[in-house]
Each structure stands twice: as structure tokens, then as C-alpha cells.
Design a protein around this ligand. Sequence first.
Ligand SMILES: [Zn+2]
Length: 416
Amino acid sequence: MAAPAAESGPCECKSDMASVKAVSSAFPLALRIVAECPVSKARACVLTLPHGSVNTPVFMPVGTQGTMKGITAEQLEQLDCRICLGNTYHLGMRPGPELIEKANGLHGFMNWKRNLLTDSGGFQMVSLVELSEVTEEGVLFRSPYDGKEILLTPEQSVGIQNSLGSDIMMQLDDVVSSTVTGPRVEEAMRRSVRWLDRCISANKNPHRQNLFAIIQGGLNAELRRACLDEMTKRDVPGFAIGGLSGGEEKDDFWKMVTLSTDHLPREKPRYLMGVGYAVDLVVCVALGCDMFDCVFPTRTARFGSALVPWGSLQIKQKQYAKDFQPIDPECECPTCERHSRAYLHALFKSDTAAMHHITIHNISYQLTLMRSVRRSIVEQRFPEFVRSFMRRMFPCGEPYPSWAVEALASVDIALD
Ligand SMILES: [Zn+2]
């Protein structure tokens, strides 16, 4: 067995950009591959960014308007979260990029000293599709705040993200729902390539802010490959796999993920957008992805759903009214250290504080899961980790989802 490489210790935290070989000397980013699974495509890396190092695989919690819903920047820091997301679309609307720039960017505005990733605002096109119209120039939409028409161009998206000062910025892409088929998918993919070039030219801070490309092409393997061919010709510090996790069949989903990681350069980070269910995370790590984000853990917390190694626990259910155990007896988060299921059950009826406690637990669950995944890769026992994770998630002979079985088999991990 290979000797486990050093886990994140104080020495790694101190490592500055100069001491690590960067992807390209031009980028404020370096990816060091610490260990690779000898069986699957899983890998454990240290991603060094302007606001410190991040161990990957990593889950990045999503924030809106500079505050995590139900959690503060300080609490995220206590959970040892090293990178989180800010929504460009929301922040660009209110309070606006000028104000945030005055507050020393989003880091200063949020009082967050670690890394930030901002999206392009493009994803909101799908969610606000009735409000938007895409042209070659950009996305035209009506502000939900004051009804004014706004044109979001690739240049403006990068301009806003430059004002926010995020460590990783996302290109503006032409997003179509993953269930759309036909010529619109190719049009959106080709346009996303053209917009990538406009975003690269528009970046005013290439030495301080990393711009990631987003691979599109829907569920069409040929289009995905064409997009990968084009985008990997560009000199960008990292790649995202986009346009998935939007209601498509899981069989299509994992095939597009694995096709993408097969064609992405080994030495650059791979970010799978919008994925956050525990099973999906573990499978997609096996397929070679490094970074993930999703609103799911925070959104589901607001409905009283707590994430646990055996699925989820609905705190509102009667059976927890007199249950004095923590949500998960093995969890070391501040919520599980202090509060019982019975207390949270009672609190949920009267107070939003219960949502806040469950949000902290859920984010902690995601971060802890990814740390365990990473440790297993470093210690060269990832396939066994996957098997025991799945056994726990689907107990008592409950069948495994067939897509997960197939996806894992494609990288030589057989479930028992
Ligand atoms: Zn907990």
C-alpha cells in the first residue's frame, strides 16, 4: 500500500502560491494530486487558491446575498469549510456590485476570509426562464425587483464577478434545461464556447481571480465531446461540468459525467455543478470529479429534513417527540453535540432556530462525508469505503439504484 500522503496540516494551510507548482504560472491556482485510487477515477488533491488551500474532493455550500441561508460565515469557518459559493445574479441585483466593491469585495462584505466561488448568473436563466431571452449579445431579462429590462452579457457577468472579487469565477454560459433536445442544445453549446472567449478577454484580474469554463452539450455525447475538444484548447485554470442535474434520467447523467472526466486534463480541477445528494457525490468522486455544490442540504433543512448516513431523518415526525438522542449519535457537529431530536422536534413547531440547527448539521454532514471519502482515497481503500457507504445508505436488503451500480461498475467498483 502506498504511504498515505500528508493530510491537511498546518504546513499545508501556510503553503503559499509560490511554493506549489501552478497549473500555469499565469493563474492564481495550483492543483496538487495527493493520491489516486488505483481502481476507479477517484483522486484526492490539494487545491491552492488566493484565500488558502482546499482539500478535494470538496462540497461547497451555497450562499445567497452574502449570507448562507440559516448559517453565518463564522459558523461555516467553525465547520472548517474552506470554500463556499456566492450568487452573482442575486448580488448583482441587490445590493449591487458597486457597494460590494466598496466593502472590499464579497470577502469583506461577508467577513469571510476563505475562498469564494461565484456563479455567472447564467443558471438563473433556467430558473427564471419565463423572464429571459437569450441572444448572441447576452441574456435579456426583467428584474424581479423593479421590472426593468437588464441585458447580462459575458463581459458584464465577469465585470460583476471582478467587483465581487471571488477566487473562482464562472463563465457566462447559454444554459438549456438538461431535458431539452434538438438543435437548441447545439446552439447553446457553440454559443457557450464563444462566450467563454468573451469572458476570458473581459477578466480584469486574471492574476487574482480564476475563470472556469463550463462544459455544455446536454445529454448528447457527440456534442459534449465537441464542447470538451473546443474548451480544453483554451487556457483556463479549471473546468466545470454544466447542464446536468436538471431532472434528466440518472443513466444519462452519469454517462455525461464520466465522458467529461475522461476528456478533461488531469492537472486541472473538475467541478460538477448542482450535485449534492450523498450517493451522487460518492459515485461522481469515483468518476473523477473534485468539486461539488448544491442548495439541497440547506434547502431540505428548512423542511426539517436532517441528513444521516442511512438517508434522512424527518425531525417533524411524532416518533422523535420523546427521542433524546442527537440527530446522528456519531456526528460531531455543534447541533448534535448540544441538542436532542426531541428538542429540535419541539423547537421546529415554534421557532426558525430549529431550521438553523439542522442547516448546520446538514452542512457538517456534507463536509464530513467528503473528508471521509478523501481519507479513503489517500489511504488507498476507496472501493471498500464505497461498498460500506452504500450498505449503510441502503440497509436491510433495500436494492441499490441501478444507475449507481452501473456507474460504479464502469470504474471497476463492484457492489456486494
Ligand atoms: Zn450533527
